[in-house]
Design a protein around this ligand. Structure first.
Ligand SMILES: C[S@@+](CC[C@H](N)C(=O)[O-])C[C@H]1O[C@@H](n2cnc3c(N)ncnc32)[C@H](O)[C@@H]1O
Length: 259
């Protein structure tokens, strides 16, 4: 897997197979032949675009990802992985999978002995999310074991118990109503394990907070991450960029503190 990056930052990720592929915006080409003629770090011209060939890292897979459902961006995904404490041997449940914007960060953080369990009820969303995770598995062959469950998160507790009998190190939830999933999945967390909710509006945050406490979890941290990009000023120097200072979501992290 390599990334083809245009000068304006647009990114396409391409599986290096020895066959013609048709990629929207780039036309038809043979990726293996392209890499025989051009090295990683070099330039290639496709469909009139000058593209740099780069390894497909996390940022490249994110920028070139297929999209359907609204995705969690880098700003929030990075802090969710950090505050959930996700590391290489962990078992992590993620629902809903959606387009796997967050899923790409989780799979990157888990090592080969980690287990990424994804849950999604909508087949059309799962198809996009699983395609993105499949690209990640090709780009990073030492990634975690992955199990996908089709269904609602609140209905999968028995399945999850059978595939992860040791309990879950972390649960990440991104859906309109987190409360039934919190009630069903909080008991599966190991002592010390954490659960996160991504809440675009305050009413979701409040309901998730109450549901976590009702499920015996302690709220570890709740809040919003502000991002303020900088750019070069036209008269020299660097300064905060002009542009919107937007909102994405409130994040809640809760912990199971008792066995
Ligand atoms: C906003 S999308 C998730 C996006 C994903 N976090 C990402 O970064 O790409 C929300 C997803 O949750 C799914 N969903 C809704 N209710 C659910 C539930 N009870 N259990 C599991 N998934 C659910 C929806 O079908 C949708 O695909």
């Amino acid at each position: 897997m390599v990334a083809l990056v245009a000068q304006d930052g647009r990114t396409w990720t391409v599986n290096v197979a020895d066959e013609d592929v048709k990629i929207k915006g780039l036309g038809v080409f043979n990726p293996a032949q392209m890499l025989e003629e051009h090295s990683v770090g070099g330039l290639v011209v496709l469909a009139g675009k000058e593209l740099t060939i780069l390894p497909a890292g996390l940022a490249e897979l994110r920028r070139g990802m297929l999209r359907r459902a609204q995705t969690i961006g880098d700003k929030d995904a990075g802090i969710l992985v950090a505050r959930l404490g996700i590391g290489r041997d962990d078992t992590v449940l993620e629902a809903g999978l959606g387009s796997a914007g967050l899923g790409l960060h989780i799979t990157r953080a888990l090592g080969p002995s980690g287990h990424h369990i994804t849950v999604e009820p909508r087949e059309e969303h799962a198809k996009v999310g699983l395609d993105n995770l499949n690209r990640a598995a090709v780009a990073w062959p030492d990634g975690p074991h992955h199990t996908h469950i089709s269904g609602l998160a609140q209905d999968v507790a028995e399945d999850v118990k059978s595939i992860a009998p040791q309990g879950l190190d972390a649960v990440a939830l991104d859906m309109a109503d987190h409360t039934p999933s919190i009630a069903a999945l909080a008991p599966l967390l190991r002592a010390g394990g954490r659960l996160a909710c991504y809440c675009p509006v305050t009413s979701q945050l409040e309901r998730a907070w109450e549901a976590c406490e009702a499920a015996g979890l302690a709220v570890d941290w709740a809040g919003e991450i502000m991002e303020r990009p900088w750019s070069r000023a036209s008269r020299g120097g660097v300064r905060p960029a002009n542009g919107p200072f937007g909102h994405t979501a409130f994040l809640l992290i809760a912990q199971r503190r008792s066995a």
